[in-house]
Design a protein around this ligand. Structure first.
Ligand SMILES: Nc1ncnc2c1ncn2[C@@H]1O[C@H](COP(=O)(O)OP(=O)(O)O)[C@@H](O)[C@H]1O
Ligand SMILES: [Mg+2]
Length: 371
């Protein structure tokens, strides 16, 4: 599958735009602040229904307008058209092949996308939320049910926290019973999330290790899934066993949670541990080593999405080429050869000739795009 065309109406700094795209490499070049990343953002929006830049829907509307619309047409796939529209007064409306989706989660998997931008260094340097988001977006694109399990878990978690914030829970029978009900529900959705995250991280670890070795043969990248929802040393891949164990752990912490008036463990605290040559990458890795690790993870994500679904994701590369040295560029080129790719840069001369050979180049200048 590949995206044949993109249309924008009142999206960011684009009032009206229609672009025919090629199956291979599409390059958007131009000065800073012209709207290159906005184009990648619009494409990614069609994959997961949200901005990869954490922007709110209202921020995506062209200044002064009251609605935006983004549409893509897809070739060689059962999903032929995705439309996302948003009006300030209403909810976002998402259509796939003309049919309106009831829930955002139903969009997942129609178009799969992997984005790689300089901010992805946050995957190493920032807190666990960034890493959870990365794995959950990837998994949800493979299995939309993961997205629904997360929604369910988060809903129950906020209900449980609201209950814990109430005073005098101790000795209040009905509240304690309710706490058990919430814990049971958290264990139910949480166990499914754990199984998927664990499987994903095993694949990510294996694929990233190989990619990293290609670029830096003397380095060894290892990735581990970390959760405090299970007792230390616990191992099972069965949902039922995990659910039981998670529930037991939640039950054993009930008094502490009541005392602290908040939930103290669960999959909302999960993390991914990144180790390079047996040391913590965040603390001991150089800037270059971190970059290589992130590149390896992104390329691994691309392979995992393809291998798990038998379909090809699109790849969005935002200003990353110029930051990579020869070996990393080579590895990237090799890995992206068979994917539809969208690349932004300020100057095409900073891109390798091999990439430019078959690419379609678009010049982006304050919300206008010319071939
Ligand atoms: N809602 C909006 N309405 C109009 N212009 C916007 C909106 N959001 C961002 N912009 C403009 O988009 C430009 C940034 O676009 P971006 O794609 O990030 O640039 P770059 O080409 O550097 O990647 C800025 O000029 C900014 O003012
Ligand atoms: Mg940009």
């Amino acid at each position: 599958m590949y995206i044949k065309s993109l249309s924008l109406s009142n999206y960011r700094n684009y009032q009206s735009l229609t672009l025919d795209l090629c199956q291979g490499t599409n390059i958007f070049y131009g000065n800073n602040g012209q709207g290159k990343t906005n184009l990648l953002e619009a494409l990614f929006l069609c994959a997961i229904g949200k901005s990869f830049r954490y922007a709110k829907s209202g921020d995506l509307v062209f200044n002064g307008a009251d609605r935006f619309k983004v549409s893509i047409q897809i070739a060689e796939d059962i999903t032929e058209q995705i439309d996302i529209s948003y009006t300030r007064k209403e909810e976002k409306i998402i259509r796939v092949n003309g049919l309106c989706l009831r829930k955002l989660g139903h969009l997942m998997g129609n178009l799969m996308a992997v984005i790689f931008s300089p901010e992805d260094l946050q995957l190493v340097n920032d807190g666990p939320a960034v890493r959870r988001r990365m794995m959950d977006i990837a998994i949800s694109q493979i299995k939309a049910s993961h997205y629904f399990n997360l929604t369910q878990y988060n809903k129950t978690l906020s209900q449980k926290n609201a209950l814990l914030r109430k005073c005098n829970l101790q000795g209040n029978k009905s509240s304690l019973d309710m706490l058990d009900v919430y814990n049971e529900q958290l264990a139910e959705s949480g166990a499914k999330i754990i199984v998927r995250r664990n499987q994903f991280i095993q694949l990510l670890s294996q694929f990233s290790k190989e990619k990293h070795k290609e670029i830096a043969p003397e380095e060894n990248l290892e990735i581990y899934y970390q959760t405090d929802a299970l007792p230390e040393g616990f191992f099972s891949e069965k949902v039922e066993d995990i659910k039981e164990s998670f529930y037991q752990l939640l039950s054993s912490k009930k008094e502490k949670e009541i005392e602290r008036m908040q939930s103290i463990l669960g999959i909302h605290r999960d993390d991914i541990e990144l180790k390079l040559n047996n040391s913590d990458l965040k603390r001991f890795g150089s800037q270059g080593q971190k970059r290589t690790a992130v590149l390896s993870m992104k390329l691994a994500e691309l392979s995992i999405l393809e291998k798990s679904t038998g379909r090809k994701p699109i790849l969005l590369l935002d200003d990353v080429f110029s930051e990579l040295d020869g070996l990393r560029q080579e590895s990237l080129l090799k890995s992206i050869a068979n994917f539809q790719t969208f690349i932004t840069c300020t100057d095409v001369s900073e891109l390798p000739d091999e990439l430019l050979k078959n690419a379609q180049c678009f010049f982006v200048n304050s919300g206008c795009v010319v071939l």
